[in-house]
Design a protein around this ligand. Structure first.
Ligand SMILES: [Zn+2]
Length: 126
């Protein structure tokens, strides 16, 4: 017999859709992170989980953002290195320039990843 109840979306799907790590139905941002500068909800609209648990909470997200940025710049650099015959300094400059439009998206994505990491290690119970 087929069950008609919906299961929770996977963690990867929830991260990409910026959903709350506890209930996976409430949105973390008021609009999508893939365009513009969205504002965050203070609490999950569905379950009330605090997204900004304390002052300076998102400092850890900066480390994630830094790592993602380095990986993306490196990927752009490798692609340019393979496809062009440019000198290394030109490849590095263009890799950073190609990365810049993705910087806001990575910043907000790193916040989502930080919330998920924090909730995995130290879940808020109430
Ligand atoms: Zn929630």
């Amino acid at each position: 017999m087929v069950s008609l109840t919906r299961s929770q979306p996977s963690a990867l799907s929830s991260i990409l859709r910026q959903l709350c790590p506890r209930c996976r139905s409430g949105r973390i941002f008021r609009s999508t992170i893939y365009w513009g500068f969205p504002k965050m909800h203070d609490c999950c609209p569905a379950c009330g989980l605090h997204f900004n648990r304390e002052p300076g909470y998102f400092l850890g997200a900066m480390y994630i953002s830094y790592g993602l940025a380095l990986a993306l710049v490196f990927a752009f650099g490798v692609i340019l290195w393979v496809l062009t015959s440019w000198r290394l300094d030109n490849v590095a400059i263009w890799a950073v320039l190609l990365f810049l439009p993705f910087a806001p998206m990575l910043t907000f994505l790193s916040r989502v990843l930080w919330i998920y990491l924090d909730q995995t290690i130290d879940p808020e119970t109430k």
